[in-house]
Design a binder for this molecule. Sequence first.
Ligand code: SF4
Length: 235
Amino acid sequence: MPARGVELAVGGLVPLSAGDLPGRLSAVVFLQGCPWDCGYCHNPHLRPAGGGEPGGWERLLDFLRRRRGLLDAVVFSGGEPTLQDALPDALDAVRALGFATGLHTGGAYPERLRAVLPRLDWVGLDVKAPFDDYARACGVPGAGAKARESARLLAAGGVEHEFRTTLHPNLHSADSLLRLAADLKGLGARRWVLQEFRALGCAREDYAGARPWLPDPALRERLAAAVGSFAIRRA
Ligand code: SF4
């Protein structure tokens, strides 16, 4: 079903994942297009907005019909999934097939996030840096205010979620993580996951070649105090 005549631009599919929506077996759909330019991006081929694979949404629906009873959920990832006008109808179509719905987003479009929250069972929101330092993280002026508003909507709403931050030495230090922890505490964030950077797929040499960095135990303890639930996710 093309959503109200607007084709969802599908850029890729992981047919089975146990790690993209906690506690559920999921298919992960990667949508084409993202307005940001993060140095550590490991899906740079998904950044250009475009049509995706012709007929990709129809093929995806056929695939999902055959997976009823075998999968629990469908996670829309990217790219930035909220960029696409067809996302709300796509979420409705996936729910009509009996699947739970998940979203990976950077929060670039808070009003669009607000519109799809009632259609979602879980959201993973990337928080890339302290909100006053976002332009350095994602290369776009003004991005921090949008990310902050998306984080506020999520923290204040009733949809299950996690905030996650990919750690990279070009962007993060003890000081920046403590400032981000304070930002998240101020929003009432309940769960925060720090993710180890993976060089796989990263197109920027100045990022791909850097040594991975994780906070030491003393810093972890201080960061964990900002939220109810805190974890490190290794690459
Ligand atoms: S928001 Fe995500 S998809 Fe977009 S450039 Fe950043 S890491 Fe890549």
